[in-house]
Design a protein around this ligand. Structure first.
Ligand code: GDP
Length: 523
């Protein structure tokens, strides 16, 4: 039972084979060491090289994070940018930062934070996460002896009164992160067009002399869906070299899992391949490293699990229903989920058949002990309760749904706590059916290392839902190739070739996603 595990007596399993440091106390973040107890053991172990990189990053976050002299100095440089340059002179030992700008729903944010973290590790930058109270409410700090939270604006200068006391701090870009968008003159895309950089005939890009050869104090990276040609040049080796050394602050806005795109940048490929011998376990390892639910969230997860899932059935099947548009006919969505469960033999009437977890069904005598053994509980997550109610009627089996929030809400801590709890509960299931296109499902499958069956879905901006349902040859769901999330808006531009290329197979481990045809994922 759960109570039996002594987390204070840490084993390799508690620490995910060296992924986690033992430097945190158990009480401060119970999920950190209890997580492994609720989830299937994954064959994917962190490589020694990845572990070494993580320990190095932890030391960097400690040396340069908020509250350190190095951070104060970097803030002053940022605030004086555009005014007197080189406040303290540049001693070459400065810390450099990557600020993640909070954007979109919780799972979009988790995919983006994992991506930003990996980019920070690759470029020796300190990751600071904007998102204030919400992130602190949902997750434990991942780095020992340091905070990954960007200090709130009022204390950005180190003192709560600095915003009015010091006229410069109010001009700090950190105080207006949400104002950055594709039109910002500080974006990489716009700087490349405004003469702030020059490129020579070999394709080398440098800061132009008009900028007095001094690189800017910060650059805004606009990597949100629908971004344009110049912002996509982020995924070029030449532009990575431009950003690599000299720009102290990078501000990143993305709602995407850009990691497959990082693997396609020549500058990073060898390093990433060394860190991740198993390309299909990148989010699993990064997610398990970064996202430890806070005690409040973890309590909700474990209490629900104990009350409704543990020991309740021979097997629990998770079904994540995400509808992006209210015009999407809900009967079609329901039919699709039911067909998927039946076709893939994820749920079969207990009297006639037994099921093993691989999804193979065999006939069996209908003895009462067998019946009990075959009991399946379906765990549904959805904003609406309609689907689980219909499923209960249709399947005649136990169907559970932890919450039905009605609609998506913004800046609502309790709402986000429930969303995170449900992603985590889905991950404890024996089998998982997800809604295509939804990052909510990606996080559930990724953290659990569970390869789901994904139901094809129309994106929220499509208005051509077929009233007659799926085509005759189209299965209601397909098993995805790996547990990795899909990168929805990759750049197809090959910087060396100077043209767009086919991304499917661009590296041996890069494939198109089954649910988003223009997206790519690691397999
Ligand atoms: P995506 O839009 O499906 O890619 O996922 P996001 O997490 O980025 O945004 C959807 C948001 O809607 C979630 O963060 C939740 O706030 C809410 N939401 C969507 N589906 C569910 C669900 O099944 N359960 C709960 N509790 N919230 C949900």
């Amino acid at each position: 039972g759960v109570e039996d595990i002594p987390p204070w007596n840490l084993t390799a399993a508690h620490l995910l084979d060296g992924l986690l440091t033992p430097e945190f106390s158990h009480r401060s973040c119970r999920s950190r060491y209890e997580f492994a107890h609720y989830y299937k053991k994954s064959p994917h172990k962190p490589s020694p090289y990845l572990i070494a990189k993580l320990r190095k990053q932890e030391a960097l976050q400690r040396r340069c994070g908020p509250g350190t002299a190095a951070h104060e100095k970097a803030l002053r440089r940022l605030e004086s940018s555009g005014g007197d340059d080189d406040l303290d002179g540049n001693d070459g030992d400065d810390c450099r930062y990557l600020v993640y700008i909070s954007y979109r729903g919780l799972s979009n944010r988790m995919l983006a934070i994992a991506s930003a973290f990996l980019y920070a590790v690759l470029t020796d930058r300190v990751l600071l996460v904007d998102g204030g109270k919400d992130v602190a409410d949902l997750f434990c700090e991942p780095f020992p002896g340091a905070t990954w939270l960007l200090p709130p604006p009022s204390s950005a200068g180190g003192w709560w009164w600095s915003s009015w006391w010091s006229p410069s701090s109010s001009s700090s870009p950190l105080n207006r992160l949400q104002s950055f968008d594709q039109d910002s003159k500080e974006s990489l895309g716009n700087m490349l067009q405004s003469g702030a950089t020059v490129s020579d005939e070999t394709g080398n890009v440098t800061w132009s002399s008009e900028e007095k050869n001094t690189p800017p104090a910060y650059v805004y990276l606009h990597l949100a869906g629908g971004y344009g040609y110049h912002d996509k040049l982020f995924f070029c080796g030449a532009h990575q070299r431009l950003l690599l050394r000299d720009v102290p602050w990078l501000l990143m806005r993305t709602d995407n899992y850009i990691v497959p795109g990082l693997f396609l940048i020549p500058t990073f490929r060898a390093e990433l391949e060394a860190m991740f011998p198993d390309k299909d376990a990148v989010f699993y390892l990064l997610g398990r490293y970064l996202f430890h639910p806070s005690n409040a969230v973890w309590h909700a997860v474990t209490a629900y699990h104990r009350a409704h899932l543990a020991g309740a059935a021979d097997r629990v099947v998770g079904v994540q229903i995400r509808v992006f548009h209210k015009k999407q006919p809900r009967q079609l969505v329901l039919d699709q989920a039911l067909s998927c469960l039946r076709n893939e033999k994820l749920i079969i009437p207990a009297e006639t058949e037994t099921i093993n977890i691989a999804g193979n069904a065999t006939s069996s005598p209908s003895s009462s002990s067998k019946k009990k053994k075959n009991k399946v509980v379906v765990l549904v997550t959805s904003l609406s309760s309609w689907y689980s109610e219909r499923m209960r009627e249709e399947l005649g089996s136990e169907v559970r749904q932890p919450s039905h929030e009605g609609r998506q809400r913004w800046r609502d801590a309790a709402h986000d706590r429930r969303a995170l709890s449900e992603m985590l509960l889905l991950g404890t299931c024996d089998a998982l059916v997800t809604s295509g296109f939804s990052t909510f499902g990606y996080v559930a499958q990724g953290l659990a290392g569970l390869r789901p069956w994904v139901m094809h879905r129309s994106p929220m901006w499509a208005h051509d839902w077929r009233e007659d349902g799926l085509g005759p040859d189209e299965p209601p769901c397909r098993r995805v190739a790996s547990v990795e999330p899909c990168f929805h808006s990759p750049s197809a531009y090959d910087c060396d070739a100077g043209r767009d290329v086919e991304l499917d197979g661009a590296a041996p481990y890069v494939r198109r996603c089954v649910d988003v045809s223009w997206g790519i994922k690691l397999v």
